[in-house]
Unconditional design. Structure first.
Length: 70
């Protein structure tokens, strides 16, 4: 998963006192992901890394031809 950075802001007072290009007031916060979603996302991130580690190491020659990570 990409590194996400979510910025939002609220204000008290005159909104016109901020810079014209300050657009964080129009954004709303996003909900924190559930445990299940974080586990799923971690699995998606780790799978290609584990596959690369297995392919780079010599012990892959000891494994059978049918061994695959899906």
């Amino acid at each position: 998963m990409d590194n996400l950075k979510t910025i939002n802001a609220s204000y008290k007072g005159d909104r016109l006192a901020t810079d014209d290009n300050y657009s964080y007031f129009d954004r709303s916060p996003i909900p924190f992901p559930s445990s299940e979603q974080m586990v799923y996302d971690t699995g998606k991130d780790l799978k290609p890394k584990i596959r690369e580690i297995i392919n780079q190491n010599e012990f892959r020659n000891l494994c059978s031809q049918d061994f695959t990570i899906r």
